[in-house]
Design a protein around this ligand. Structure first.
Ligand SMILES: Cc1cc2nc3c(=O)[nH]c(=O)nc-3n(C[C@H](O)[C@H](O)[C@H](O)COP(=O)(O)OP(=O)(O)OC[C@H]3O[C@@H](n4cnc5c(N)ncnc54)[C@H](O)[C@@H]3O)c2cc1C
Length: 398
């Protein structure tokens, strides 16, 4: 029997781990190189829509995650100053019936645990920590990956899952670096019992306003509550892109917003400020024996809540392509053909959400009503989300 290719994976985040799990399932030899000394994710929330849960199920990680997550009843839209409520969509039994999988709200470290368990229970020795990828070279039908500490590893393919500032992208696509889009986000995790009773409902809420929006939802069976508050801010100067902020600064950013927003800010034990980072879409994800995946190839504003979900889908589809085509460059081109349009369409859709989340019409309650009735109607919502949620990672042609 022919030897299965050895696949090197740069980056042990959600995308890298999912790819590794899907490849191991198909009998590939895999090595993952993660720069950090331990697997870690920011202590915040993440939404995993049905299409993402279908991908997680495909690598055997869904049941673990389901037990750790929270299934909120529904999603609502609320107006920034009056607090008026519109129903967005059902997240519970209706989602399950329609898509076959629920819409989960998840604590990020739990998601990384679920996907890394799916890897490590198959092969505990594939993960290299403290392994920062520095460069690579393709020669003689192989890829040679060099780490910052000088070690070199040989494989048949290299998959760049190394995030928005990807080294692999820098050496393949060679496009412009990431940039700050004039928006940042306040992130906090709040113990549910720090909120008044009236604010503890199992609901995912999008507050929409003229210059920002606030998303919140319960996590971990409702023990904790995720607060994610985006605000337009012209410049960002901190080189780390993440910095702790004060409640006072956060209150100031949301001056004039509904009282509930300020109650949540006061209840947050710690508030982090994150700069968003974006890049222009790529016209190629595959370069010979090297391919890009997840945020390395399509970083996005998280306004459709699909960045990690697309990385999950990418990982399963990439593994299916490598299984279906013996020639590695052909397999990677098939992966590109299967994923490029969908991933780039998602990024464009997320960019388009800016006008729905932040809109000058929201300053005037009458105009706000008209805008929301039109742009957040059941039909408008279905047009934005249905093509995302119905995708089947297991059957899409490769
Ligand atoms: C505020 C916010 C909210 C979001 N909400 C959602 C949501 O609700 N739903 C959703 O689906 N998505 C969401 N996203 C997007 C999601 O977080 C990302 O799309 C996802 O984390 C991408 O995963 P990744 O594995 O591709 O990249 P990353 O998570 O960035 O992982 C990259 C990994 O590579 C490692 N690495 C980097 N460089 C190197 C190197 N040179 N050598 C070795 N290792 C390296 C890093 O340490 C890291 O572990 C959100 C994003 C933000 C910012």
């Amino acid at each position: 029997m022919a030897r299965k290719p050895r696949i090197l994976i740069a980056g042990g985040g959600i995308g890298g781990m999912t790819t590794a799990a899907a490849l191991l399932q198909r009998g590939f030899d895999v090595a993952i190189f993660e720069q950090a000394g331990e697997l870690r994710e920011v202590g915040a929330g993440i939404q995993i829509s049905p299409n993402g849960n279908r991908a997680l199920d495909s690598i055997g990680a869904f049941e673990t995650l389901r037990k750790l997550s929270c299934r909120a009843e529904r999603k609502e839209v609320r107006l920034w100053n009056t607090g008026k409520v519109w129903k967005l969509f059902d997240l519970g039994p209706a989602a399950l019936e329609r898509y076959g999988y629920p819409y989960l709200t998840v604590y990020r470290p739990d998601l990384l645990t679920a996907v890394s368990d799916a890897v490590l229970r198959q092969r505990p020795d594939v993960l290299h920590l403290n392994a920062r990828c520095a460069s690579f070279e393709e020669r003689d039908g192989k890829v040679f990956l060099t780490l910052q500490d000088g070690r070199t590893f040989e494989g048949d393919a290299l998959i760049g899952c190394d995030g928005v500032n990807s080294m692999v992208r820098q050496l393949t696509a060679k496009d412009a670096p990431s940039r700050y889009p004039g928006m940042m986000i306040w992130r906090g995790v709040i113990p549910l019992d720090a909120l008044p009773e009236r604010m503890r409902a199992s609901m995912a809420v999008n507050w929409i306003g003229p210059n920002g929006h606030v998303v919140h939802y319960p996590l971990r069976d409702g023990e904790i509550f995720n607060l994610a508050a985006t605000i337009e801010r012209e410049t960002w100067t901190d080189p780390t892109w993440t910095v702790e902020g004060t409640r006072e600064q956060c209150h100031e950013d949301f001056a004039g917003w509904h009282e509930d927003i300020h109650v949540m800010i006061d209840a947050a034990p710690k508030l982090l400020q994150w700069a968003y980072l974006v890049r222009d879409p790529l016209s190629s994800f595959a370069y010979g024996r090297v391919a890009l995946l997840g945020d390395a190839c399509h970083p996005t504003l998280p306004f459709l809540a699909q960045g990690a979900v697309m990385a999950l889908e990418d990982g399963v589809v990439l593994a299916r392509c490598l299984e279906a085509y013996d020639d590695v460059p052909t397999a990677l081109k098939r992966y590109e053909a299967a994923r490029l349009e969908r991933d780039n369409r998602m990024v464009a859709g997320a960019n388009d959400m800016v006008r729905h989340f932040h809109n000058p019409d929201y300053r005037d309650p009458v105009k706000a009503d008209a805008y929301i009735d039109r742009e957040w109607s059941a039909e408008a919502i279905a047009a934005r989300y249905e093509w995302l949620f119905t995708y089947n990672v297991n059957t899409v042609p490769v």
